[in-house]
Design a protein around this ligand. Sequence first.
Ligand code: 13P
Ligand code: SF4
Length: 311
Amino acid sequence: MNYREEIIKLKKEKNALILAHYYQVDEIQDIADYVGDSLGLSQKAAEADVDMIVFAGVHFMAETAKILNPNTKVVLPDLEAGCSLADSCPYDDFVAFKAQYPDHIVISYINTSAAIKTVSDVICTSGNAVQIVNSFPKDQKIIFAPDRNLGGYVNRVTGRNMVLWEGACEVHDILTTEAIFKLKDEHPKAKIIAHPECQATILEAADFVGSTTGLLKFTKNDDAQEYIVATESGILHQMYLDSPEKKFHVVPSDDTCSCNDCPYMKLNTMEKLYLALKNEKPSVSLEPEIIELARKPIERMLELSKKLKLI
Ligand code: 13P
Ligand code: SF4
């Protein structure tokens, strides 16, 4: 079957919108109506005026789309596409942790379950974390969850001392400076760029740190010709499309390949995308009370991001 043709046909018939994250396989990125980072995808989901959103990403992203657009059916190609970072912050444990800091507000990374969002004051993404934190007074006490690497990075950039939940992304946390410096030896002119979910030693060695959209824009506008990219391999597709004359080397997660794939993002395939669109399932469903409570901190993030001209 020609999945591409079938998907285009069904998308029209069903008045559907396909949203895809940069870590999706190339063919899914190529067929999507919009490809972006978590911030851009949330904004698109909030604004969507369609009968169905097909979210080619991971579960927390589809859940966020449902929270922001509760009257629209949201389906995802594979319900098992989770996120190690979101899973590193179970609701009961987090509520007990939060209770130890009654005078702190909670800023949660968007890579969390809807349940965690219901007990958060504001959400952030890697594209706006520094600005969201800086929108609060310097003496505001803050818990940041769940990514200790992103939280540590924001602490260093903003000069804060936020209390950090000890979570990490298995795809970024595994990358090493040894692997980066090996690539740098082989490609001495290459600039090092990194996603803030990487460990502090990597972020300190990087020439630029940013969200996936931030990294993509940097490579497009910067005048270097070669980059060492410390994030998931999928982003290279748009980097090559935007800058075909440049070279990109993804930091490998181990010695077995020259790639670094998120096993959850890569569960999605063109076949599963086609089936999700055709069968209108699996779909995201959430209790109305959860939607109502989780929507407030996400909308607060979107409002702040608009005010700060980040979207
Ligand atoms: P971005 O919002 O930067 O795309 O990050 C999402 C993510 O899951 C990174 O691992
Ligand atoms: Fe989650 Fe990490 Fe995969 Fe992003 S790359 S979806 S943070 S496991």
